[in-house]
Design a protein around this ligand. Structure first.
Ligand SMILES: [Zn+2]
Ligand SMILES: [Zn+2]
Length: 281
């Protein structure tokens, strides 16, 4: 089986609001997207198809054909449109809100009808560089990823090892004065899309939990000195991603945390799925 991803982009405006809710309730659910005057995005769409190679042309799918399909099915309905007013589904009087989750599902359904059966594997939609959703066609199960950054210093040093062994293993990362990173944390939530809100989770909740559990604890801190978590524990990214999971997961419940990805530098990242090693994306 071969997997192939094609990217395209469209620019659209929208707002996310439920008319019977107050302003505060709308902002709690949708964040600044609740502004009734609208805002817009450079959406980036990634379409992943899978299949066997066609022996005649050596391809899974003809990319020119796929591009034409994306033009007809996606660009025609989304590019340079106001989704609440001009999109054939979101402009209808059904109350369906153009959240990232709902748009991803809508595009999936469109492409499913237009592509040969079994070919479509995943639709990923970036609303911005710090927020995207994944959909695999499983009922209304959507993966929402929000990306946060924080800055911290650390020194890699294990209490189980001698000073010489620490120096040998961790090299310059063992520098007693420490060094630092702009950590990037991707929080992937998995869940059903709420019919009324079009969301997997209220955006206010994630932002608040991250602020309380991550930012106040770790941002602009020296991990080995300022945090209780790393008084004894060596602040490798493996240990760090587990610590982050343990402070986030109970506070996000009943929302299901699916995966944490911690980027220490642009050259390395660490994934953690909690106790379960299962992952399906
Ligand atoms: Zn938006
Ligand atoms: Zn480091």
């Amino acid at each position: 089986m071969y997997y192939l991803t094609r990217q395209t982009a469209f620019e659209a405006s929208h707002y996310n609001r439920i008319s019977e809710l107050t302003d505060d309730e709308n902002y709690e659910l949708f964040g600044p997207a609740a502004n009734p005057n609208s805002h817009g995005h450079n959406y980036i769409l990634e379409v992943m198809v899978r299949g066997d190679i066609n022996t005649e042309d050596g391809m899974v799918i003809n990319l020119t054909g796929l591009d034409l399909l994306l033009k007809n099915e996606v660009h025609t309905n989304y590019d340079h449109k106001h989704l609440n007013r001009q999109h054939p589904v979101f402009a209808e009087n059904t109350g369906l809100i153009p959240t990232c989750e709902n748009i991803t599902i809508e595009i999936w359904e469109r492409l499913m009808k237009a592509l040969p059966g079994g070919l479509l594997h995943r639709v990923r939609l970036y609303e911005s560089s710090d927020k995207f959703t994944d959909y695999y066609g499983l009922k209304t199960m959507v993966y929402l990823t929000k990306v946060y950054e924080f800055s911290a210093a650390h020194r890699l040093h294990s209490h189980y090892l001698s000073d010489d062994e620490n120096k040998e293993i961790f090299g310059k990362c063992n520098n007693p004065a420490g060094h630092g990173h702009n950590y990037v944390l991707e929080i992937m939530i998995k869940g059903e899309v709420d019919e009324k809100t079009g969301l997997v989770v209220g955006l206010g909740l994630i932002d608040r939990v991250v602020e309380e559990q991550i930012t106040t604890r770790f941002d602009y801190k020296h991990l080995n000195i300022d945090t209780v978590e790393f008084q004894k524990l060596n602040p490798t990214s493996e240990n760090f991603v587990k610590v982050l999971w343990d402070v986030l997961e109970p506070n996000l419940q009943p929302t299901v945390l699916h995966r944490l990805r911690l980027r220490e530098t642009p050259r390395n990242h660490f994934d953690y799925y909690g106790e379960s090693s299962y992952h399906d994306e």
